[in-house]
Design a binder for this molecule. Structure first.
Ligand SMILES: Cc1cc2nc3c(=O)[nH]c(=O)nc-3n(C[C@H](O)[C@H](O)[C@H](O)COP(=O)(O)OP(=O)(O)OC[C@H]3O[C@@H](n4cnc5c(N)ncnc54)[C@H](O)[C@@H]3O)c2cc1C
Ligand code: SF4
Length: 472
């Protein structure tokens, strides 16, 4: 423990954002890193608790008190080694993780947890700046081959772990570039894409082969993949979006948020749009239906595109501003969360049901809505209408896409429609075929995808070699 009295001496001070009026004029990240001295002082606040709840709060079990201490004493390179021993991609989680670790920090009992995510990000950003992050090619090859389908955080983490123990790893990705939702879902203003390029370059130097623009189950048969490789890992995400089948759904101007967001990411990256008509919020009244990360990203993107207004509807009632610590800590509490995008000018409304899309000349113009009760039934007399030229549906994802690869393989699905596999063996019902990330667990978080990719790599290595030295 660096400074025994750190938590008594220093107040929590987290990264600030560029002011709203500046940041909405560009697509770059806008979180301002803390100066080094301040980061070290923040790390000194860690109490190195006898039972570090943050370890289990963090899905990859980052050894947070250890690297807090190393940062406090200025041992940054060792901190980076420690951090990378549990997390393949801390530069992603240091930017987009909701930080359940901070919810479980003992200092969160009094609402001022250690700025764990900020410290994590500072460690990895410094490590790249200093050239400490290098390719880690294996010392020998096993002669075994593994195909990973999907290059989101689960597929990338799995591929990196397997390549580092000497397997020949080939990643198949239907999009033009690797990264999954890191590249095509999460907007640049939350995470710039050169970070994904930098990691995939490291992975290529470690021996991972990327085959982009290959849709398994469409361009390449899944059965062929199983025949050709010693193991196949399905890490294709949970891409089937939840729809809102109400009157007027077929009007123009109503889209899934995931039809809209990737277009903007491609625009920023100067990637072609593959002939799809542009969906733009410029000069429009936008309504985003759904209150999670996808909804929030739809808001920030619409505002940057120059929407006239952005309204965000959530069907759930407004959560409390503050949780009851006695009931929730160290678990992730249900409370009102205001993202940086919400702060940029969206009107948020809770406990709202959308009943009908009303159009003119085939395009959406208004929404007919009602307030709802706790059983999501409309409250009589509470109906209202709202102007809308663009509606983004961001109500979550139900399960992976079943058509194509999964149907062809015939893997068993669980009750929710995800690929059935447990978290010890990650093995699907089909021999040699494994599953990890959102494709197995359903819509989740980047940090959970990394965890699953790492653990699936252990399981695959054990399947191929009889035993594995990879961490779980
Ligand atoms: C808009 C949005 C914002 C989000 N923001 C956050 C956030 O801020 N923080 C956070 O922690 N989480 C966030 N999430 C959730 C997070 O991105 C996912 O949980 C995570 O990316 C899942 O990783 P994955 O590797 O399992 O799948 P994905 O990232 O979905 O990657 C799956 C990949 O597989 C490819 N693929 C699928 N099928 C095939 C096939 N048959 N052949 C070839 N390739 C295929 C897909 O093209 C895709 O590239 C967000 C999600 C969305 C949609
Ligand atoms: S990965 Fe997420 S939960 Fe884990 S230490 Fe980083 S911010 Fe916290």
């Amino acid at each position: 423990m660096g400074k025994v009295t750190g938590f008594l001496e220093f107040e929590r001070n987290d990264r600030h954002y560029e002011p709203v009026e500046q940041r909405i004029r560009h697509w770059r990240e806008f979180v301002l890193p803390l100066p080094e001295a301040e980061t070290r002082q923040q790390a000194a606040r860690c109490m190195n608790c006898g039972i570090p709840y943050c370890h289990t709060g963090c899905p990859v079990n980052n050894q947070i008190p250890d690297w807090n201490d190393l940062v406090y004493t200025g041992a940054w390179e060792e901190a980076s080694r420690n951090l990378h021993s549990t997390n393949n991609f801390p530069e992603f989680t240091g930017r987009v993780c909701p930080a359940p670790c901070e919810a479980s920090c003992t200092l969160n009992i009094r609402d001022d947890p250690v700025t764990i995510k900020t410290i994590e990000c500072a460690i990895v950003d410094r490590a790249f700046e200093q050239g400490w992050v290098k390719p880690e090619p294996p010392s020998g090859k096993t002669g075994k081959t593994v195909a990973v389908v999907g290059s989101g955080p689960a597929g990338l983490a799995c591929a990196q772990q397997l390549a580092r123990v000497g397997h020949n790893v080939h990643v198949f990705e239907k999009h033009a570039k690797p990264g999954g939702l890191l590249r095509y879902g999460i907007p640049d203003f939350k995470m710039e894409k050169h970070l994904v390029d930098r990691r995939t370059a490291q992975m290529e130097a470690e021996g991972v082969h990327f085959h982009c623009g290959v849709h398994v189950g469409v361009d390449l048969s899944a059965a062929e993949l199983v025949a050709r490789y010693d193991a196949v890992v399905l890490a294709g995400g949970a891409e089937k979006a939840r729809d809102l089948p109400i009157p007027g759904r077929d009007l123009k101007g109503i889209y899934f948020a995931m039809d809209f967001l990737p277009q903007q990411n491609r625009r920023v990256a100067n990637e072609p749009q593959d002939g799809v008509a542009p969906i733009l919020a410029t000069g429009k009244h936008v309504v985003v239906i759904g209150g999670g990360d996808t909804g929030s990203d739809g808001i920030g993107t619409s505002i940057r595109q120059g929407a006239l207004s952005v309204t965000n509807f959530e069907i759930m009632p407004k959560p409390p501003a503050k949780e009851n610590k006695g009931l929730t800590w160290p678990d992730w509490p249900l409370k009102l969360r205001t993202s940086s995008s919400h702060e940029e000018g969206a009107e948020r409304d809770f406990a709202v049901l959308t009943l009908e899309f009303i159009g003119e000349a085939g395009s959406v113009k208004r929404l007919r809505c009602a307030r709802c009760d706790s059983s999501f039934k409309p409250i009589p007399g509470s109906e209202f209408e709202l102007k809308a030229d663009l509606v983004l549906l961001a109500m979550g994802f139900v399960h992976p896409v079943h058509e194509g690869m999964l149907r062809e393989l015939g893997v068993a699905l669980d009750q929710r429609g995800n690929v059935k596999a447990d978290t010890n063996h990650y093995a699907s019902s089909v021999r040699k075929v494994f599953a990890a990330g959102d494709m197995r667990r359903g819509q989740s978080l980047v940090v959970w995808a990394i965890r699953e990719g790492r653990q699936a790599a252990h399981a695959v290595d054990e399947f191929l070699m009889g035993a594995s030295t990879l961490p779980r």
